[in-house]
Design a binder for this molecule. Structure first.
Ligand SMILES: CC(C)(COP(=O)(O)OP(=O)(O)OC[C@H]1O[C@@H](n2cnc3c(N)ncnc32)[C@H](O)[C@@H]1OP(=O)(O)O)[C@@H](O)C(=O)NCCC(=O)NCCS
Length: 311
């Protein structure tokens, strides 16, 4: 089976930090409410940085850590629902900024917060058919641009950032599963154009979906790969909400300390949350070669899915 190896990762978040107390000066909320309902303490909001700048900075770090030259990249995908413009894609603008080759596909992929996981399976397929070895996959969102800062039920949840990975197609363990349940009522971004765009959400509806989708996806990955939960060193879930992750862990009967969590520092960065988490984990030495990792995510679409791989 041909799978992906993470050769290098990187992340970039905007400089500006917005705390729960900052938000409580804008809407009727409190640090205590946000922390206990979500596990979030702060997030980063862009102030002048473009999405392409965040993507490019994260990608440069990933390339440098991988020791891979831009000329070796065989496909570039940016998972995002908040690109700088509808066209050209963020991926094409990253291609220009990094000097990626011209004989490769570059495009954005919209699968809500599941975007990075969708991207993994997408680049794996494209590398397989092209015969090229390396992919550059980036998850990036600037949700601060589309938040209604008068709606306390959504504006406290999200943050901006980018996470990038250089991936190599190799003979190695890999199992992925992707799903979708077309639905416009639970989580959606209207548009077009940032001025008129707002993110809308039925919070309890998303919550119910997530606590069903995450454990179901984990079980599907285990059944498909023939592995047991004990064989998995880390579960890296989409960082939407601590209570969702705790409920999923309970339903799976899995110790919570095997779930990596960093939403406290970033909020929900949508398609960027899984690659930012992986990058932090790699930096902290939490991921060792051979560790089995399960990345699982859910989001607008509705979409959900996961990938099981060896670090
Ligand atoms: C959003 C979420 C935290 C709300 O928590 P909840 O316990 O379900 O709260 P409810 O939506 O039932 O609202 C309870 C009360 O808190 C209020 N509330 C909502 N946001 C608030 C905030 N930021 N501060 C204070 N109160 C708030 C509501 O207005 C409501 O008040 P009311 O009872 O007077 O009407 C929760 O539904 C959730 O985590 N959903 C998933 C969201 C998510 O992860 N989205 C991204 C998916 S990719």
């Amino acid at each position: 089976m041909k799978g992906l190896r993470f050769v290098g990762t990187g992340r970039c978040v905007p400089e500006k930090v917005v705390t729960n107390d900052d938000l409580s000066r804008l809407v009727d909320t409190s640090d205590e409410w946000i922390r206990t309902r979500t596990g979030i303490a702060r997030r980063h909001f862009s102030q002048g940085e473009t999405a392409v700048e965040l993507c490019t900075a994260a990608a440069r770090i990933a390339l440098e850590r991988a020791g891979i030259a831009p000329s070796e990249i065989g496909v570039c995908v940016v998972a995002t629902c908040t690109p700088d413009c509808a066209s050209p894609s963020n991926a094409c603008l990253v291609q220009a900024a990094l000097g990626l080759p011209e004989d490769i596909p570059c495009f954005d992929l919209a699968a809500g917060c599941t975007g990075f996981v969708y991207g993994l399976e997408t680049v794996r397929g494209l590398l397989t058919v092209s015969g090229k070895k390396y992919a550059l996959l980036i998850g990036c969102e600037q949700l601060s641009r589309v938040l209604d800062m008068t709606d306390r039920s959504t504006c406290v949840l999200f943050g901006d950032g980018a996470g990038a990975a250089v991936l190599a197609l190799e003979e190695r363990m890999w199992y992925a599963w992707l799903g979708s349940r077309g639905n416009r009522d639970v989580l959606w971004l209207n548009g077009p154009g940032p001025e008129t765009t707002h993110l809308h959400m039925d919070g309890p509806g998303v919550y119910r979906f997530a606590v069903e989708a995450l454990p179901a996806c984990a079980r599907t990955l285990l059944a498909g790969s023939g592995l047991a939960l004990e064989d998995i060193r880390w579960i890296v879930p989409h960082q939407a909400n601590r209570r969702i992750i705790e409920t999923a862990a309970k339903r799976l009967n899995c110790p919570i300390d095997r779930f990596y969590q960093n939403m406290e520092r970033y909020g929900n960065t949508s398609a960027a949350s899984v690659p930012i988490a992986l990058d932090e984990m790699a930096e902290q030495g939490l991921l060792q070669p051979g560790d089995r990792v399960m990345a699982i995510a859910f989001g607008a679409g509705l979409t959900w899915g996961g990938a099981l791989f060896e670090w």
